[in-house]
Ligand binder design. Structure first.
Ligand code: PLP
Length: 345
């Protein structure tokens, strides 16, 4: 790996961050008159903890990652954008990623004026480390991987991920938004081995909390310190922190949801395989299924007309003729199956 000083943009490396009131004083006091807050309307009158210490301590218990190695943001969107802004000089540096994958990486690269290079997966949606590395050059700062991958649903081969991590000189992001639905262990365990690894997770999927916008990045203490320097001082509001703590206290409920959804995923797969228009159901380690139906645009329209919304992936690389359907409640899944059955091609 190159040094962080070589990888981080010079302006970010030199940046002296804004020091907010909640940063300058730590500890207990009786009278807070430092932040021009309104003394009324507790507890929402107070600025939130900029480093979300209570929440990170709780996450340490649940995820086994030390608080100093956690960044929390406004959904995964924030760590995706921050990673690009920290490492990639617009118009000069570039990003390499698997294709197809989650669309936000490319959008965030475009917004930041950073070249985004797509390396196709195989027909079976497998990644080749050597192909990815061949697409890199001395200006490649980041490689984006996603496992289980969206929209393909499969996990990338672990040995290939390790090849990328050990051979690439820059930063490797492994997006694990769907990790709770997968039989593969999380790559957070690899943080001690690979200083160039950043793992993303989210409260939006298994944790049932897309509405509170909470994304997590796990990385070395040194990388997290740079995230903390660049982020908005109060990027995580009080309501989100409160609700996330509440969810983490009830992590047994989340386990129950995941068990139900995994059973439903397998039941849905079996039902779909019996429908004549379904040509293929791809293996999935996530809470969705990618299915090939032939004329995906027509199938999508039929479903919409019946009030059932899925994701049409017809125009995505390697996904021609495919729909992506989220695993819902048993009732929702039955409605989807019955509606697809009633489609006359
Ligand atoms: C759904 C999803 C996310 C979650 O994004 P949030 O901004 O945290 O809601 C992240 N990555 C991938 C690949 C996803 O599919």
């Amino acid at each position: 790996m190159k040094t962080l000083e070589q990888l981080v943009r010079p302006n970010i490396w030199k940046l002296k961050p804004y020091s907010c009131a909640r940063n300058e004083f730590h500890g207990n006091a009786t009278t807070f008159l430092d932040a021009n807050e309104n003394p009324y309307n507790a507890p929402y009158n107070r600025y939130p903890d900029p480093l979300q210490t209570t929440l990170k301590n709780k996450l340490f218990q649940v995820k086994g990652v030390k608080p100093q190695q956690i960044f929390l943001g406004n959904g995964s969107d924030e760590p995706i954008d921050l990673t690009i802004r920290i490492f990639c000089e617009p118009g000069l540096d570039n990003i390499v990623a698997i294709d197809p994958t989650y669309g936000m990486y490319e959008v965030a690269a475009d917004i930041n004026g950073v070249e985004y290079r797509k390396v196709p997966l195989s027909e079976n949606f497998e990644m080749s480390a050597s192909k990815l590395l061949d697409a890199t050059d001395e200006h490649t700062k980041l490689i984006f991987l996603c496992t289980p991958n969206n929209p393909t649903g499969n996990c990338l081969d672990r040995a290939e991920i390790y090849k990328v991590l050990s051979r690439f000189e820059g930063i490797v992001i492994v997006d694990e938004a769907y990790t709770d639905f997968s039989s593969e262990p999380s790559h957070t365990k690899d943080l001690a081995t690979f200083p160039n690894l950043i793992v993303f997770q989210t409260f939006s999927k298994a944790w049932g909390s897309a509405g509170i916008r909470l994304g997590m990045a796990f990385a070395s203490k040194e990388i997290i310190e740079i995230f903390n320097k660049v982020k908005y001082p109060y990027n995580m509001n009080v309501l989100t922190q409160e609700r996330a703590l509440y969810m983490l206290e009830g992590s047994e409920t989340v386990k129950t949801w995941v068990q139900i959804l995994l059973k439903e995923r397998e039941r849905l797969k079996t039902l779909l395989k019996e429908i004549p228009c379904v040509q293929k159901v791809y293996p999935s380690e996530a809470n969705f299924l990618l299915i090939e139906v032939g004329d995906a645009n027509a199938a999508y329209q039929h479903l919409v007309t019946s009030g059932v919304i899925v994701r049409n992936r017809n125009n995505i690389s390697l996904c021609r003729g495919c729909l992506r359907v989220t695993v819902g409640t048993p009732e929702e899944n039955n409605i989807f199956v019955d509606t697809l059955k009633s489609w006359k091609q």
